[in-house]
Design a protein around this ligand. Structure first.
Ligand SMILES: Nc1ncnc2c1ncn2[C@@H]1O[C@H](COP(=O)(O)OP(=O)(O)OP(=O)(O)O)[C@@H](O)[C@H]1O
Length: 530
């Protein structure tokens, strides 16, 4: 589709207050040196509306958010209205921006401070005769949280809260900072990217509450199921251009995928269904009784050619498995061997030497060196073949990076581009390329496709599939259960540090992962209700 496809009507999932315009932007563009990230973008978003912004990696979503919040200055010629008044998009400190709050994946909270203090950062403390009135402050924050159905103790440190509760505190803080009638714009940037399904529903309730109170919500996500569940309208960006704006009502997942992907290659195979019938080779990774504070002794054998998923809610211990195997976390007990040779635990170097590659959850600073280019990052872990006569050859380095840029469809196709200038999903592809290049025996992945678009997800799983054909053993932790069910041979489901189930074949479904992840907590709740 080349022209913008604009449907009509607001379906009303979040709509409480009709169609009062909160923000309207016209002719918004942003050009970076050598690249137009956003072109002549226009949209209008209304009070009570939850409006999705979707598109492939690098299509301009974060750029748009940064233009609205004043982090970037638009190219000349853009105009905007906020709550019906003409406003200045070129003044980062303009007062209308006090009513615009963006919550990014890192949430922007200060973990070492209490919930009260974090919320007070937005609008100050209640004071009496020049002194902070802690009792009144606590009551006020309790009430704010209750309005969002949260019973978190306002005195708790943010660091001690679950990821879900932290997300709700961030939403409460944003909404509490708006005007009394909550007329403002709340921007959620990939809010559910690493949240397990059950927690997502709780977050959705908070978002709906914000919309009911009159906020306009701009919801940026790669999880199409989330968009179809919670949003009223959706705007689709492709290569910096708006290609569609539609009501979500009646839109199918396939139609939405088509709008996002357009004529970009969707040729990578989609591994739907279990791979369990694949013949597997010899055991590569043997884990015997590894334990941490969160993880009860866990044993696991992964064969050459096998993809094993680890699922579980936050706090289930799922990430301790990959953290121990990569040498980041020292276990309290247990043994591990790779290819029959015993691994010295608690040492990243020994894990690397044993052929274990780790694709971590955080792209920066764990996954990539931010001061380096794409080609420098890609070749960093294994430089032997880019060295000529004892010296690093920039040409070989760039040629090597070019091959990976091509096969992973990394955009822009510029090996000398700094990785900090890449969009989140493209940065993730660089991390993948960097490790797959080393032809690892064991690949560990944490949230491999968080923040990655629908086409790139396919190329990542396709690349992993290719690695298994070369004999690699793969262990992936993810909160995206649908993806685990579709791409793994087996999934171990953890709850409270204990393996609840090992699912494969017909038993390996999103539902069974969900049931087993929540099993214990549901039983506990039922017991306490009796
Ligand atoms: N500071 C910058 N300097 C140069 N180019 C940039 C900068 N920020 C973004 N870009 C480029 O602008 C384009 C749009 O990037 P943007 O981060 O907006 O994408 P996105 O849609 O948010 O992607 P993702 O879903 O991967 O997060 C990309 O090609 C990116 O490389």
């Amino acid at each position: 589709m080349s022209s913008t496809d604009v449907g009509v009507g607001v379906s009303g999932k979040g709509t409480a207050r009709g169609s009062d315009s909160v923000l309207s932007v016209r002719d918004l563009s942003k050009t970076f040196p050598g690249q137009r990230a956003l072109a002549d973008f226009s949209m209008e978003i209304h009070a009570g509306e939850i409006h999705a912004l979707v598109g492939h990696n690098g299509c301009g979503k974060s750029t748009l958010i940064k233009l609205i919040t004043g982090f970037h200055t638009p190219d000349p010629g853009a105009t905007a209205e906020f709550l019906g008044e003409s406003v200045d998009l070129y003044d980062a400190g303009a007062p209308w921006r006090d009513h615009v709050h963006a919550i990014h994946q890192d949430l922007g909270l200060i973990p070492s401070m209490s919930v009260i203090d974090n919320i007070a950062l937005e609008h100050g403390y209640l004071s009496r005769a020049g002194k902070i009135s802690w009792k009144a402050e606590r009551k006020r924050v309790e009430k704010l949280l209750r309005d969002f159905d949260s019973h978190v103790d306002p005195r708790e440190l943010v660091d001690d809260l679950s990821r879900r509760d932290q997300a709700i505190v961030a939403i409460v803080r944003a909404v509490s900072g708006m005007s009394d009638d909550s007329s403002g714009l709340l921007i959620l940037d990939e809010p559910t990217a690493t949240l397990p399904e059950r927690e997502v529903q709780v977050l959705f309730d908070a978002v709906r509450t914000a919309a009911r109170r009159g906020c306009a919500v701009l919801f940026v996500s790669h999880r199409l199921a989330d968009v179809l569940t919670i949003c009223d309208r959706v705007t689709v960006l492709r290569d910096g251009n708006k290609v569609a704006e539609r009501s979500v009502s009646g839109l199918t997942r396939d139609q939405l995928t088509e709008l996002i992907v357009g004529n970009r290659s969707a040729s990578a195979p989609n591994h739907s269904g279990s791979r369990f019938d694949r013949r597997q080779g010899n055991p590569v990774l043997k884990v015997q009784d590894i334990a941490t504070e969160q993880l009860s002794p866990l044993s696991l054998t992964v064969r050459a050619g096998e993809i094993v998923g680890i699922a579980g809610l936050d706090g289930s211990g799922r990430e301790d498995v990959t953290r121990v195997l990569s040498g980041i976390t020292n276990p309290t007990g247990g043994t591990v061997s790779v290819g029959g040779e015993s691994l010295r635990l608690g040492s990243i170097k020994h894990s690397l030497d044993a052929g274990i590659a780790m694709v971590p959850r955080e792209r920066f600073p764990e996954g990539l060196v931010s001061s380096m280019t794409i080609s420098e990052n890609v070749t960093l872990p294994s430089m032997g073949d880019v060295v000529k006569r004892g010296r690093l050859s920039r040409r070989l380095e760039v040629d090597e990076a070019d091959r990976w840029i091509e096969s992973m469809d990394i955009r822009p196709r510029q090996p000398n581009k700094s990785v900090v200038e890449l969009s989140g999903g493209n940065a993730q592809k660089v991390v993948m390329a960097k490790w797959m290049r080393t032809r690892p025996r064991v690949v560990l992945l944490e949230e491999p496709t968080a923040g990655v678009d629908v086409g790139a997800k396919r190329s990542i799983w396709s690349m992993l599939d290719g690695a298994t054909r070369d004999g690699a053993a793969i262990v992936a932790t993810s909160s995206d259960w649908e993806e685990l069910a579709a791409n793994c041979d087996r999934v171990l489901v953890l709850a409270d540090g204990v393996v609840q189930a090992e699912l494969h074949g017909q038993e390996l479904t999103t539902d069974s992962i969900a049931r087993n992840s929540m099993g214990q907590s549901l039983e506990k709740r039922e017991d306490s209700n009796e």
